[in-house]
Design a protein around this ligand. Sequence first.
Ligand code: ZN
Length: 97
Amino acid sequence: MSFMLTCPNCGDRHQSEFSFRGEYSKRPKQDDGFPSWVDYVYMKENVSGKQYEWWYHGSGCQRWFLAERDTTNNTDQTTFCFDDRQEFMNKESNADA
Ligand SMILES: [Zn+2]
């Protein structure tokens, strides 16, 4: 399946320029227990629908960024650098509560 992806730095590019680097999941705190780290490293949700993912623009600017992508159709995408998205950061903060 082929689709276009928007690099936050370079703009719209063919998906073949990028590498999918996995689902985003919140990193455990350093002193969290071993089971939390096992879940973080190995357990993936494999969502059918929208999810946050890490992508790498290897054939372009070589930046890592996040994409919110609908895995069922590859069309509803929002991409952003991790530090640039206040809304995303707020969502992460609320997950701790
Ligand atoms: Zn790029």
